[in-house]
Design a protein around this ligand. Structure first.
Ligand code: SF4
Length: 317
């Protein structure tokens, strides 16, 4: 199958497709969007947070699929999923920062067992919606925007959402999140105005053809606690944050997306993506932006690797 280009044919620096992550980055800082998505600079080291989150997602997908597609009992699915976690946890990179100490193979297994045990009296496998014969797990969606790109096609927003569940507020776009600490209100409140929540909710509407207005951030925080034992034990903390969106709020998010993409067209035409210096505190490109403009490219080459995206065929960002 021929690969579809990620970029517009008539405009080299304008993507045909956006994701919740790329749009969030564009709204956070256009320069960061340029470095990461237009130029393709990524950190040369391994991203443990991303790797841990991906493995935890895979384990939970495995668990629910074994129950809903293969007919396993909860205990059989748990046993096999723990085995999977122990296997895929073998190549986990070493934590480099103190707040990543829980993100180890043991942390992965603990997080999985503690999560499933914590919610065992709340979660019913039949809450996961069936679309035909398949459970609504790891669902790819595509939102066609009412906005035309320089090639004359509609821009699209694509992504994956972990599940669709029938929950107390009706059909809900459900997404797992992992973090490095016990999720507090400050952490959970970020989802109230999150563009990602709105995009996943809109994506699930397209897929199910149902008026879904609820998103659930299902958060697993992993950190280490000493507890007077000779070694630090990775422990998991669970929290769920539902976000209810009105039709008007979803419409507003859709408008925001289009305005952002029009701004990105302008930046691409002028070849300049402005900085947002209010967003620099935890940015990986902080040391680059501190350098004088003529020196930046050389420093980028020493600290990052360039992998500019070419094709649309790629898994979850
Ligand atoms: S350091 Fe600041 S200005 Fe530079 S890319 Fe990051 S957020 Fe943007």
């Amino acid at each position: 199958m021929p690969e579809e280009s990620y970029w517009c044919q008539t405009a080299a620096n304008i993507p045909r497709v956006y994701s919740a992550s790329s749009l969030s980055l564009l709204s956070e800082c256009p320069r960061k969007f340029q470095y990461q998505y237009i130029d393709g600079w990524t950190s040369s080291g391994e991203n443990l947070d991303f790797i841990f989150g991906t493995k935890l997602h895979r384990c939970l997908e495995w668990y629910w699929r074994r129950i809903l597609q293969w007919g396993y009992s909860l205990d059989e699915a748990l046993l096999e999923t723990v085995h999977v976690a122990m296997t895929i946890g073998l190549d986990m990179p070493e934590p480099k920062r103190p707040n990543q100490e829980g993100k180890t193979r043991k942390g992965l297994v603990n997080a999985l067992i503690w999560y499933l045990d914590y919610w065992k009296n709340t979660d019913d496998p039949s809450d996961i919606v069936m679309l035909g014969e398949n459970p609504a797990i790891e669902m790819h969606f595509e939102i066609i925007l009412p906005l035309i790109n320089p090639d004359g096609e509609h821009y699209k927003v694509q992504g994956y959402v972990d599940q669709v569940r029938n929950w107390s507020y009706g059909l809900t776009a459900w997404d797992y999140k992992s973090t490095n600490k016990e999720p507090n209100d400050y952490y959970l409140n970020q989802f109230d105005l999150s563009l990602q929540c709105a995009i996943y909710t809109m994506g699930m509407r397209v897929l199910t053809n149902e008026p879904i207005t609820t998103f659930m951030a299902d958060v697993i925080g992993v950190e280490t606690r000493v507890n007077n034992l000779p070694e630090k034990i990775p422990v998991a903390f669970m929290a769920r944050k539902p976000v209810m969106l009105t039709e008007e709020e979803l419409d507003e998010h859709l408008l925001d997306i289009q305005v952002m993409i029009k701004s990105q067209e302008r930046y691409a035409e002028q070849g300049y993506w402005p900085k947002n210096t209010k967003a620099c505190l935890f940015c990986d490109f902080r040391d680059i932006c501190k350098k004088s403009p003529p020196l930046r490219e050389a420093f980028l080459k020493t600290e990052f690797v360039k992998e500019r995206r070419t094709s649309l065929n790629r898994r979850k960002e």
